[in-house]
Structure formats: C-alpha cells, structure tokens
Ligand binder design. Structure first.
Ligand SMILES: Cc1ncc(COP(=O)(O)O)c(C=O)c1O
Length: 357
C-alpha cells in the first residue's frame, strides 16, 4: 500500500545535547485508521494532536497497545538502521490478538517505519543515544459498553532519547515487590498494553519514595519466583550459568532478552530459562554464589543490578558494581546497536533513502 507523505511546512531543527527519555519528538508521524472491517489510507503527516470523542472506547476500556524499539546512526558513515524491528512487529501482532484489535500488515508496518525514519533521519543520534520508536494502536469508536471497538487508529511517533535511568549506567538498587503484582496467569502480562503500566505506577512510586530505582515483579500465583521488572527483563549470572524466567502469558517477551540469550550462547555461557526463586537469589547474593544480576530492555539496554531489597532486607550482589559478564554482554550488544560489530548482521535493518514523492 502506498504511503502518502505530507511534509511539515517548517520543520524545527533537531535538538542537540541531553535528550532525556521520551519527551522530544520529530516533526512527522505515521498514521492509518481502521473502520468498517478494513484499514484506510496510510499517511505520513506533520506531528499533530489527536482529537477523539470523550466516549471513545480507549478512554474507558483500555484497548490500547504499543511497542518500543530503537534506530541508530552509524558513527562512521552516518547510515541509519533499526535493531530487530521484525521482533517488535511480531510482538505487536501478538498484542493485537490478545487485546482484540486488528493486526497491521507486517510489510506495511516495516515500510512505515523505514519511510518515517528516513524523512526525519537528521534526528537520529549516534549510539549510545538513539531514536526511540513508539508504534501505538488505540480504539477510537465512540460509545460506551464493554465490547471491542470497530474503529482504531494505528500511528507511529519517533524521537531522540538518551539514558533511561537518571543515574545513567550506575548499578540499580531494586526492590522485590511482595505486595502488588504486575500480571497473573491468563492475564495480559505477555501483551504490551497500557493497563499493565498504569497498574504498576503506584508500587513504582512507593518504591521510589523509599529510594529504589525500580521494582522486581514476582509471579502472582506463588510470589516465590522472579518474573521481570517494570520495563525490562532480568537475568542472574552464576559461575556455571546465566538464568532468567521463561516467558509465557505473564512476562513480556523482550527483544533484548532474546538477544542477550543468543549472545550468551555465542560466548559459551549456559543461558538457562528456569524460575529464579527469590529466596535462593537473595541467599546466593549473601553467600557470594550469585555473581552478577542485570536488567535488559530496549530503553535500559543492559544495566547491572547492585542490590536487591526483599522483605525489608538488603542483599548486595558481589561488590555492587557492574561485573565482567554484564559488561561483556553490554559492550557486545551496544556495538551491534551502533552498527560497528560484525556479530549478528541479521539483527540490523537498514533504513534506505527514499524519494518521498
Ligand atoms: C514489561 C516489560 N518487560 C520487558 C521489556 C523488555 O522488552 P524489550 O527488550 O523488547 O524492550 C519491556 C520493554 O518493552 C517491558 O515493558
């Protein structure tokens, strides 16, 4: 399907310096409406407000999904590429199914990403900064009544970002959350839908008030095993293995998590998907058996975890600093992101230069 482009009449210049995270957007966006059982015309237009009826279903029943992915500018030749966008497109499809929303044609999705990023390619910073990409779908039909919407808007906005955490790459101090839960078996934890994040705001706020950077979620059924973190997956490094929880319907299938698993195997590390039992993890941190722990996600990339608090007790991981395995994985992944590594060229999707007629 041809994507019609209307250029911004007077686009602002890209900003320089510290981008922060998620508050700067480029002059253009992609959008396509869905109505009467079919997708309409796809367009790239100047970034604009969205006007919706107050009774639009998205405001009442949370039929909303999104993705988070990144593009980078090559430090030498300036070419622009995305990191594993096919994985995000597939996960978006899964979120569509779970939230009863229509799927987007993966080819159109990829074309939209490439054309939008190309149009605003001057805004793509060099690694470790990046262009953050936020594909989103909302239900737009007017009318109350708990029923799937018949109308939707799929759009993509993009903008330069720096570090996700205020402390940069400083090791995180995290709290294992033993009161609130993120998701339950049969729920929507495996989908990237807004409600998962809204429900997490209160426990995150409470943890931050206690001085923690992030919370770690336990499984809702037994509260015994560690599942993931606020917007990232989590892994634990032992002398003979690196462990992480298996994904299912309670954990988001992270693209970074998958990539880290592959890199671990490349490096001869034993990547093992098994429930990390919180009591064992804490005891192993205390005894020194647990060598390292790290969070991984598109926004956080790979960030080491210096200590856990569980049930009011602090458990430091080794010396509380980034360990050698975390560093090796982070450096390998960052080089792939930047486009300067020859590892896994299949993870890099170049953004071509289009004529934009
Ligand atoms: C809840 C949750 N878990 C894990 C992740 C990590 O996924 P990815 O590596 O694809 O960013 C994210 C971020 O998207 C997330 O929101």
């Amino acid at each position: 399907m041809e994507i019609r482009v209307t250029r911004h009449p007077n686009p602002p210049a890209p900003p320089r310096g510290d981008f922060g995270f998620g508050s700067i957007f480029t002059p253009h966006m992609f959008e396509i409406p869905f109505r009467d059982g079919a997708w309409g015309r796809p367009v790239i237009v100047p970034y604009h407000d969205i006007v919706l009826d107050p009774a639009a279903k998205v405001f009442h029943y949370g039929q909303e999904i999104f993705e988070g992915m990144k593009a980078y500018a090559h430090p030498v030749d300036g070419s622009v590429h995305m990191f594993r966008p096919d994985m995000n497109i597939a996960r978006f499809g899964h979120s569509c199914d779970r939230m009863c929303m229509p799927r987007v044609d993966p080819e159109l999705f990829m074309d939209a990403l490439k054309r939008l990023i190309d149009l605003d390619r001057d805004w793509v910073p060099k690694s470790p900064d990046a262009l953050y990409i936020r594909p989103t779908m909302i239900s737009t039909q007017r009318g109350l009544g708990v029923k799937a919407s018949t109308e939707y808007l799929f759009y993509i906005i993009i903008g330069p970002v720096g570090s996700y955490f205020a402390g940069g790459s400083k090791p995180l101090r995290v709290k294992v959350e033993d009161t609130y839960v993120r998701s339950a078996p049969g729920g929507v934890g495996g989908a990237k839908t807004g409600g998962n994040y809204g429900a997490a705001l209160l426990p995150i706020k409470l943890a931050q008030q206690e001085g923690f950077d992030q919370i770690v979620w336990l499984d809702a059924r037994t509260m015994a095993s560690i599942e993931e973190m606020g917007a990232m997956n989590i892994a634990f490094v032992y002398a003979d293995k690196v462990i992480t929880a298996a994904t299912g319907d309670t954990i988001l299938k992270g693209v970074t998590r998958d990539s880290v698993g592959v890199l671990c195997r490349d490096f001869g590390l034993n990547w093992t998907e098994t429930p990390p039992l919180v009591r064992e993890i804490c005891a192993d941190a205390d005894s020194g058996k647990l060598l390292e722990a790290f969070a991984c996600g598109t926004a956080a990339v790979i960030t080491s975890i210096g200590s856990f608090s569980y049930g009011g007790q602090d458990h430091r991981v080794s010396d509380g600093q980034e360990g050698p395995v975390t560093r090796r994985l982070r450096e390998a992944l960052c080089a792939i992101h930047a486009g300067t590594s020859d590892q896994h060229p299949e993870w890099i999707e170049k953004v071509p230069v289009f004529a934009h007629v």
